[in-house]
Design a protein around this ligand. Structure first.
Ligand code: GLN
Length: 232
């Protein structure tokens, strides 16, 4: 095998947080598998590496620690490539352009511009870029951070916060299921999702396989097919 170190196994372990539809969520035929856009990409990576894919579902905020502790081989979780994260791990080429969205209750929506976020109570997912954006507008004491977007949505539905910030695709997914909520588009900067690997051996050996897989998926039309299948 071209892979060694923690990849000296027949399996490749993907770390994710399966509460981020349509990228990763619990579903499938039996209703309890981890499925989604990222899972399809991970399957292609495992196939290219000649390994069986195993999925470890964990808190989003634990992924990079798990990676550096060799508990997982790569993290794919709709994870935005940021300078801060680049300090502790290496990222693949970007594979998806995203942005942050603000979700509010239709009945009492206090937000129509970014300035309106100042001082508001905001729910987020812990350790996400949405969490970072919330900090730009409001004090920590006004931010309620949850391990999953679902919990952050419940906080908003229950009237405990004024808004919730999360990536646009999961935001659209949440409002489709909650007719009392809506998205306010506030034109945040684009973010680029990347697949994270541990620095060193993984970066030297697994990262080229990951980048090669991404290139092939784009070139052979699979990537576009997955987009139309998963992004609504
Ligand atoms: N893209 C966001 C981030 O990287 C959210 C990812 C997630 O919650 N799975 O922080």
């Amino acid at each position: 095998s071209v892979l060694s170190g923690c990849q000296e196994k027949n399996e490749l372990v993907m770390g994710t947080n399966a509460a981020f539809p349509p990228f990763e969520y619990i579903g499938g035929a039996d209703g309890n598998a981890v499925v989604g856009f990222d899972v399809e990409i991970a399957k292609a990576i495992a196939e290219k590496a000649g390994k069986t894919l195993r999925i470890e579902d964990m808190e989003f905020d634990s992924l990079l620690t798990a990676l550096n502790a060799d508990k997982i081989d790569f993290a794919i979780a709709g994870m935005t490539i940021t300078d801060e994260r680049e300090k502790s791990v290496d990222f693949s080429d970007p594979y998806y352009e995203a942005t942050q969205a603000v979700i509010v209750r239709k009945a009492d929506n206090p937000i129509s511009t970014k300035d309106d976020l100042n001082g508001k109570k905001i729910s987020v997912q812990l350790g996400t870029t949405g969490n970072e954006i919330a900090k730009e507008f409001t004090d920590d004491s006004n931010i309620v951070a949850f391990n999953t977007g679902f919990e952050a949505i419940m906080e908003l539905k229950n009237g405990k916060v004024d808004a919730m910030i999360i990536d646009e695709q999961p935001a659209q997914n949440f409002i489709r299921q909650n007719s009392d909520l809506e998205i306010v588009s506030l034109d945040f900067d684009p973010e680029y999702y990347g697949i994270a690997v541990k620095e060193g051996k993984s970066s030297e050996e697994l990262l080229p396989i990951i980048n090669e897989t991404l290139k092939e998926l784009k070139a052979n039309g699979t990537y576009d097919k997955l987009l139309s299948e998963y992004m609504k």
